[in-house]
Design a protein around this ligand. Structure first.
Ligand code: ADQ
Length: 448
């Protein structure tokens, strides 16, 4: 079997690299003598001329630094201030500048130049996420004919949204240079096919194949997941280590865990909780919401705004409803270790996973995997998370409708143990069958 060459924006660092993708790809990288390539996270004075090996770890890793200008224009700029909002249905938040696009292309061209000399004829290349859309196009220009796959972790926009992007046609042309394009959900496959056909005049060959001269590419859904069994065991162990107050607390705990990103719908969630408290005075003091949200992409205006809005709303709701014994919303604005999260999921009665738009949402999957099978909590899940296509036994909500979300909160809090177990069984069955190992294997099998 040829080597796997995995390329992502950030390289997993440390002696024991961790994270979802490492779990998914670590074995294949090890078995095939593969290589992972990505940015180091450090800033250099001049653009990187060569890759630097990261010593140690179970597989080979090579990284390079970005300059401050590249970080600002390629990463914070085109990737996170243009593509991210567009791909999450927020074209209104795009901040379009020619310079962002120019540097984005330049960085991708340089990565292609750094990678090409490493390639052997039977290597398979797997490119991760929206930072690297043009990479296959650049590699093809350099004569690379290896199979190249791409996985997009975000949703994909349909033609109407795509029209808002000045270089939408070019983006579709980049995509056509991959042999296989993996998306999170069927909704994204439909949107991507429509965009390729309507924006770039690709011909539809059926069964997910499109032709855009001179290439043909396949677009299909490969919903990403977690190692559900591993997370289940982690939650079991970690639950016992939680401070006694959390577990013995007779009140009901609702939990939300999201990077503080406008796509996650945290303000909408808070408003719906406010609506719930307004309607159900009998629940005051008996339920609280623990929202854990590490800051992310600081310095990008839209992220500063969402932080302010969230702080303002939690303050207002707490001010309105709290009494000397009870605070309705506990808002933690920092990252929490993974194992603590696992224990907290298990201690929670309800999870609020209510993004306005989300590629998949792994918190939904982690929460289910962490539950006690005898007495599981309830997952409230937005219909706009990619996970909704697979997790139909969750309590589905429309995050734009605060009254419906408030009604569902009551349903979740009152749900019988029998129904909770039934829903949990069905969700857990899906999670153990289609876990993260299934995800990487099925993608790589399809890439051939
Ligand atoms: P994200 O937008 O980051 O990922 P998600 O899938 O929920 O969203 O993954 C977040 C991960 O970070 C989870 O493993 C979660 O436990 C962790 N996390 C969140 N808040 C945390 C906190 N306060 N402290 C510590 N850890 C925290 C993108 C896409 C998603 C897609 C994934 C994977 O936006 O839609 O599911 O990639 O493809």
């Amino acid at each position: 079997m040829g080597r796997l060459i995995c390329i992502s924006n950030r390289i997993p660092t440390g002696a024991n690299p961790s994270g979802g993708l490492v779990v998914a790809l670590g074995d294949v990288l090890e078995e095939t003598g593969g290589i992972w390539i990505g940015t180091s996270g450090e800033i250099a004075d001049t653009p990187a001329a060569e890759l630097r090996e990261i010593e140690g770890g179970p597989f080979r890793r090579y990284c390079f630094d970005l300059t401050q200008e590249e970080q600002d224009n390629y990463y914070a700029g085109y990737s996170n201030s243009v593509l991210w909002p567009l791909f999450h249905g927020r074209a209104d938040l795009m901040d379009i500048h020619q310079e962002y696009l120019g540097v984005y292309k330049q960085v991708n061209r340089r990565i292609a130049k750094l990678v090409a000399p490493f390639l052997k004829p039977d290597d398979r290349i797997w490119v991760q996420d929206y930072h690297l859309l043009p990479l296959a196009y650049e590699l093809r220009l350099m004569g690379v004919t290896n199979p190249i796959g791409f996985f997009l972790h975000t949703p994909f926009p349909g033609p109407t949204a795509m029209q808002a992007l000045p270089n939408g046609r070019e983006v579709c042309q980049w995509i056509a240079n991959y042999d296989l394009v993996g998306l999170q959900a069927e909704r994204d496959v439909r949107a991507c096919l429509h965009s390729m056909i309507e924006i770039a005049d690709a011909s539809n060959l059926g069964a997910g194949y499109v032709h855009l001269s001179p290439r043909q590419c396949r677009i299909a859904a490969f919903p990403i997941s977690i190692d559900a069994r591993e997370f289940q065991e982690l939650a079991e162990t970690e639950f016992d280590k939680l401070p006694a107050g959390i577990v013995k607390d007779h009140r009901r705990l609702m939990i939300g865990v999201d990077r503080l990103d406008y796509s996650k719908g945290v303000p909408h969630r808070f408003r719906a909780f406010g609506e719930f408290l307004e309607r159900h005075e009998d629940w005051h003091r008996y339920v609280s919401l623990l929202q854990i949200s590490p800051p992310t992409r600081e310095g990008v205006q839209a992220y500063d705004d969402i932080r302010e809005e969230t702080e303002h709303l939690s303050g207002r709701i707490n001010g309105q409803f709290a009494d000397i014994q009870w605070v309705p919303i506990r808002f933690i604005n920092r990252a929490v270790p993974r194992e603590v999260l696992a224990g907290l999921y298990r201690a929670s009665h309800v999870a609020l996973v209510t993004p306005l738009m989300d590629g998949m949402n792994l918190v939904a999957k982690e929460f289910i995997a962490a539950q006690n099978p005898d007495d599981p909590g309830v997952l409230m899940l937005s219909q706009f998370a990619g996970a909704a296509e697979q997790m139909d036994a969750a309590l589905m909500v429309n995050p734009h409708d605060p009254e419906q979300v408030a009604t569902s909160m009551l349903t979740a809090l009152m749900m019988s143990r029998g129904e909770r177990r039934e829903r949990y069984r069905s969700l857990m069955e899906g999670l153990t069958t289609y876990d993260v190992h299934w995800w990487s294997k099925s993608f790589l099998d399809a890439l051939g």
